[in-house]
Design a protein. Structure first.
Lengths: 330, 712, 196
């Protein structure tokens, strides 16, 4: 870890001005990912701008029924918030499924969206990685990729996004707010992570120097009956090998509304829109759920050692939607 | 002069009753200081630099620019390091792994080989300088491909002969009504003690002192003396509290590098392995590929038993994981063949890891027994009863005690085994399929010579000094109880000091032999002291001290098969739609001699069984064939079981007396893991109808085999 | 030995266990290293230095955190509680006492982190926080009983390689029973979960 400057800010404008467009500067939130990456040499910032004390730590309902979550709200506070638990229970479940109690107390919502992949090649500076060092290659494709992408990957990178929170936020059409020196802006989470293509190192569509100020969840009555299920190689304190955020509203035996997003299968939280199209208006039952899963996974391109994820996601879609349908019927 | 009495304050023994740890308060308040936590004036921090190639030569170490970095004091590497000696035999009767003899030549035999030590004023400066140090290599093609079909595998005698052969295997197999032929694999596993290896070296008035975290201070001191050609009396190693070892904490690169740097700089130097460095520097358990062939009569009596185990080692040192040895104690057959073989690859040297040999070997053998029971259509416990040997199957020696069947009887009763429907894939609870499994366990009960010093102090207390190590076993407390009983006093009058090579030669904390070996020495010295005090002579101000050495007594012990035994039971839940496996409950019943402290012993057994869960479901270090190094070499990539993986586990024991054994204690540190993974794998079969012969039983392995209906 | 202040060093004051400590830190210094290497508060342990084991758990403003990923310079102004601040004089915290009595450890190296984490778990539970194994997270469902399963999930950020989880969970349950009123379910449930 090289030496670096440190400044703490209490004002958003100061934060944005201080960072400027300096590619060697980073915002420091909870530090749970950045400080680790600095220790392993993946990140070598010359300057840290500590934004943890910015007045962005509130969760508020807006007049139009949306929920606005400040960027420095910790994962713990987000998960414990009564409105989140009541209106978006899958979001609480997703956050609680991630990391540990200690890390959730430190990590922030803004930082969570910016966390880097846990691909073992990315995290090891002695190995090639197109995401870390563009053009150096992707050894995972021919190497160890049991937990790599089956959807939306490219020949340049097959890493997956590690966030659990992001999967639920994606399912619920979250919109990211940010501030730049040129003023504020918004990005739907659906557009926040660009496709991998040949630029896996370009991980977000944020303008250079932008500071995430918050995330807005639009009203979604369907989310009241929602669930996050995470599968991992240890019962807790491990990253997902496959996860799903699902919300279901059934009227008269027919799917009235649905939200579906996958985690740990792509470079970003994966909104399963093809599956949702099959589901809307169809009978809420096992056949529909299976067809929806097939529709979404039709484009899956598994590698030699991660084909199980196709089976896993198919089973998760059917299993979790079946549970929600049964719960809806009660 | 004061008069010290013994034998009046306690009629009942302390051994066998529960005592909280004597150092417990220090551990729960944070007052207990581990190796990297003793303050030193003028302390310098060393940071190891490891190779990034798997095979080749160091062509240059660009140390000039690093020496100019803030705070940097020295850069040690093969061109400037002092020479050390590696042509010697250490305390454990083996040559040192030359991996510890750092910076002696330019060859690189694996990724993660120590190539330099950067020393700086602060740890931050040392880390940055170590990262900045550029090392150039002439890279050569490497070979890290481990498989059961390696033509270059060879048998290696180690602490047991490589091969045992009795009877005509092929003809007995041909004559068998039921035959099983299966291959089992276990992955590369790492000890991963919570406390990373840490050493601080300094010179004090012509004596080398090392404050270290290790499993044997006289062992490490002896190795350092030989390696640096020093008078053994001029080396002192201390290791008061040790944050776990499991076989990995012997002589390693960090101590040697710290001694070199402290010698050159003439100030204290501390070297601590990072968690990532531990994956290549701290030793590990070799992966194994095991083939088992069993032939039996229709009633399950074994006619043929063949167990072959292949493991790997580095190109610089031979270490073999003797997985096939477990069959030599467990089951007899008319034809009985076992063999441990080795292949040398461009990887770090493996080492002893909790139940070396028995842990992977029992997974294969006890899974195979379960498969044979299925084929024969008999209960797995009944199969083991039918094959219970009278004498050592290979040695022909009698067992000192063998209470395996008592463990099964007690365990089956408590676990509710009698109600078990043997058919697989029948029990469902929500999304989970449920199953139960069992397996046998055994581990050798050995002792090694040790010395102890017991002093009757003038104030009426007693001090025991022995170079024992408490790596979490509760040894300090156990020895307190043992000494109290031998002195016939209450434990609060006994102070046990351990972890200092100045206390004299003693066995290491390893091989489940520590407490047995040390107790022997302590009992001997304390018993003699009690007899002397019984003569009624007063205690002078300097106290009365008695020393013991158990070499002769241990040498006089009759040749027998000496083992602890146990029966493992597990219940699992398997979601075949996600591949998740959860252990719901476990029970282990052991016959392990005299239990010194039930409180800590139970914890030890359960800890071993917890390792069994971890081994069965989680642990696996992944080696990248292209680079030859690990992928995910940290505690997020290498999963050990955490709280949520571990249900309520029960451990208990049956009487296991051996009147001819002067101590009666068998080791308990390792047997808990033996058979545990097999019991879980057997339970997964019972739940799903699918056999898992490769560990760990990961979701991706459960999923493909589980898409169809379980076959009964 | 700390070099003079510069743009990469700061003079800070840390509030630890109710006492103020003034020191100059390299910005790279984590709170963990500041505690262990600068302030001789070595009760907080370094197991992985990467947020992957929980051995370095402390309380920051009353909430548990891993001190290895917390820069010391960024901890200025926060209330830091370490294992050294848990006991009141000679009287152990109920969690410490339960770990001691029930042998909730072996080597002891993860223990300070386990204890700090457990103290926070009891407070988080008392505050009504759900966990990943809570069936119904909606506030209407009320706080989940602190079962053994809940304790295990909530403590999962603290690895114990010796495998003392069973007795650690029992210790946390006992401390919960002595500490709170509604938490008696934990120890009862934990006991009722016996194998035979």
């Amino acid at each position: 870890m090289r030496e670096f400057g440190y400044q703490r800010v209490s004002d958003v404008a100061d934060a944005v001005a201080l960072l400027g467009a300096d590619p060697d500067a980073r915002f420091l939130g909870g530090g749970t990912n950045l400080v680790d990456l600095m220790k392993t040499g993946v990140e070598r910032p010359a300057r840290l701008v500590d934004v943890r004390e910015l007045p962005l730590d509130r969760i508020e309902s807006t007049k139009d029924g949306a929920l606005r979550i400040g960027a420095t709200v910790t994962n713990s506070d987000l998960a414990a918030h009564p409105e989140v638990r009541r209106r978006y229970p899958a979001l609480t479940q997703a956050v609680l499924a991630g990391a540990s109690g200690q890390l959730r107390n430190m990590a922030t919502v803004g930082g969570n969206l910016l966390q880097r992949t846990r691909c073992g090649y990315f995290a090891d500076v002695t190995k090639p990685c197109n995401k870390r060092l563009p053009g150096s290659g992707c050894p995972a494709i021919e190497g160890e990729h049991r937990n790599h992408a089956i959807l939306g990957a490219s020949d340049h990178c097959v890493a997956v996004h590690p966030s659990d929170m992001g999967v639920a936020l994606t399912a619920f059409d979250a919109v990211v707010s940010y501030e730049t020196a040129d003023g504020p802006g918004e990005l739907p989470l659906a557009d926040f992570y660009p496709p991998v293509g040949h630029t896996p190192h370009l991980e977000t569509a944020l303008p250079p120097g932008a500071l995430i100020t918050g995330v807005t969840l639009p009203p979604a009555p369907v989310a009241a009956l929602s669930r996050y299920r995470k599968v991992r190689e240890r019962a807790s304190y491990a990253f997902a090998i496959g996860s799903i955020a699902a919300a279901l509203e059934v009227r008269d035996g027919v799917v009235h509304d649905v939200r579906l997003a996958f985690g740990a299968v792509a470079s970003r939280p994966w909104r399963a829109r093809a599956a949702e199209r099959v589901l809307r208006g169809a009978p809420a039952g096992g056949e529909t759920f299976a067809a929806a899963a097939e529709a979404e996974l039709a484009t899956a391109k598994p590698l030699p050692h991660n084909g199980y994820k196709v089976t896993l996601m198919r089973n998760l879609v059917v299993g979790v939607l079946t549970e929600l349908a049964e719960e809806a019927a009660r | 002069m004061t008069t010290v009495t013994t034998g009046t304050t306690t009629a009942k023994g302390s051994v066998g009753t529960a005592h909280t740890r004597v150092e417990g308060r220090d551990k729960v308040t944070g007052a207990a200081r581990y190796a990297g936590e003793i303050p030193f004036a003028e302390l310098a921090h060393g940071w190891l630099v490891l190779s990034t190639v798997a095979r080749g030569r160091i062509s240059s170490v660009q140390d000039a620019s690093v020496l100019g970095m803030p705070g940097v004091l020295a850069v040690l590497h093969h061109r400037n390091a002092p020479p050390v000696e590696t042509d010697y035999i250490g305390l454990l009767g083996v040559r040192p792994d030359p991996t510890a003899a750092v910076f002696q030549h330019d060859r690189v035999p694996h990724v993660g080989w120590p190539v330099a030590l950067v020393v700086a004023e602060t740890s931050e400066q040392a880390r940055e300088a170590a990262e900045a140090l550029v090392v150039h290599y002439e890279e050569e093609p490497h070979d890290v491909a481990f498989s059961g079909s390696r033509a270059d595998a060879y048998p290696l005698d180690a602490h047991m002969p490589a091969v045992s052969e009795k009877g005509d295997l092929e003809s007995e197999l041909a004559a068998s009504a039921v035959v099983l032929d299966a291959e089992y694999t276990t992955p590369e596993e790492h000890h991963s003690p919570m406390e990373p290896h840490a050493a601080t070296a300094f010179w004090d008035g012509g004596r080398l002192e090392v404050v270290d975290s290790n499993q044997g201070t006289t062992w490490v001191a002896g190795e350092l003396a030989k390696m640096f050609s020093l008078d053994p009396a001029s080396v002192r190693v201390r290791s008061e509290h040790v944050g776990g070892g499991f076989g990995s904490k012997g002589l390693r690169a960090h101590q040697v590098a710290a001694v070199m740097a402290a010698t050159i700089l003439q100030r204290p130097v501390r070297v601590i392995m990072t968690r990532r460095q531990m994956f290549s520097l701290a030793g590990y358990r070799s992966p194994t590929t095991q083939r088992i062939r069993l032939g039996a009569d229709a009633d399950g009596r074994l006619r043929a038993l063949e167990h072959h185990c292949l493991s790997l080692t580095s190109t610089v040192h031979e270490f073999i994981e003797p997985g096939a040895g477990v069959a030599r104690a467990m089951y007899d057959a008319d034809a009985h063949h076992t063999a441990n073989r080795l292949v040398r690859l461009d990887v770090p040297t493996p080492t002893w890891m909790r139940a070396p040999g028995e842990a992977p070997g029992s997974f294969a053998l006890e899974s195979a027994l379960d498969e044979l029971a299925e084929k024969c259509g008999i209960d797995p416990i009944a199969l083991r009863v039918r094959n219970e040997p009278e004498r050592g199957p290979v040695s022909g020696l009698p067992f000192s005690s063998r209470n395996l069947l008592a463990c099964f009887r007690e365990g089956a009763h408590r676990f509710g085994w009698a109600d078990r429907d043997p058919r697989p894939g029948l029990r469902r609870e929500g999304r989970w399929l449920l199953g139960t499994g069992t397996a046998a366990a055994s581990f050798p009960a050995g002792a090694a010579p040790s010395t102890a010093v017991v002093t009757a102090e003038a104030d009426g207390s007693f001090t025991v000094r022995i170079a024992a190590a408490d790596i979490g076993t509760g040894a300090r407390t156990a020895l307190t109880l043992v000494a109290a009983d031998a002195l016939e006093v209450t434990p609060d009058r006994v102070r046990v000091r351990i972890g200092d090579s100045d206390f004299g030669p003693a066995m290491i904390a390893g091989g489940s032999m520590g407490t047995r070996s040390w107790s022997w020495a302590v009992m001997t010295a304390a018993g003699e002291l009690r007899e002397r005090l019984a003569l009624g002579t007063g205690v002078p101000p300097e106290g009365i001290t008695v020393r013991s050495d158990t070499s002769a007594a241990i040498g006089a012990l009759a040749q027998k098969e000496r083992h602890a035994f146990g029966a493992q039971f597990a219940e699992v839940a398997v979601d075949v739609t996600t591949g998740e496996v959860r252990v719901r409950r476990m029970l282990g019943v052991f016959a392990a001699g005299r239990i010194v402290n039930p409180l800590t012993a139970r914890n030890q057994f359960i800890g071993g069984m917890t390792w069994g869960i971890s081994m069965a479901l989680h642990e696996e270090a992944v080696r990248d064939q292209s680079s030859g190094g690990h992928v995910g070499a940290d505690l997020a990539g290498y999963h050990v079981a955490t709280h949520a993986d571990v249900p309520l586990i029960e451990a208990d024991w049956v009487d296991d007396p051996d009147p001819e054994d002067p101590v009666g204690i068998k080791g308990i540190g390792e047997i808990g893991i033996v058979g545990a993974a097999a019991a879980i794998a057997n339970a997964v079969w019972h739940a799903t109808g699918v056999r898992h012969r490769s560990l760990p039983i990961r979701p991706d392995r459960v999923l493909p085999g589980a898409t169809g209906a379980p076959h009964a | 030995m700390a070099p003079a202040p510069s743009s990469t060093y700061s003079a800070i004051t840390l509030n630890i266990n109710g006492e103020k400590y003034a020191l100059s830190v390299d910005h790279r210094t984590t709170l963990l290293d500041a505690l262990r290497e600068r302030l001789d508060l070595t009760g907080t342990k370094k197991g992985c230095d990467q947020g992957q084991c929980g051995a370095c758990t402390i309380l920051l403003d009353g909430r548990r955190a891993v001190s290895c990923l917390q820069l010391a310079v960024a901890a200025q102004g926060r209330e830091i509680t370490t294992i050294e601040g848990m006991a009141q004089g000679e009287r152990l915290h109920p969690v410490q006492q339960a770990f001691l009595d029930l042998d909730g450890y072996q080597c002891g190296y993860c223990t300070p982190g386990q204890i700090c984490s457990a103290v926070a778990v009891l407070e988080e539970h008392a505050a009504g926080w759900p966990s990943a194994v809570t069936d119904d997270v909606r506030p209407e469902a009320g706080p989940p009983p602190l079962t053994a399963e809940e304790i295990r999930e909530r403590m999962s950020g603290n690895l114990c390689r010796c495998g003392a989880y069973v007795s650690i969970v029992q210790a946390v349950a006992r401390a919960a029973a002595t500490d709170a009123t509604d938490a008696e379910t934990a120890e009862a449930e934990n006991t009722a979960e016996a194998v035979a």
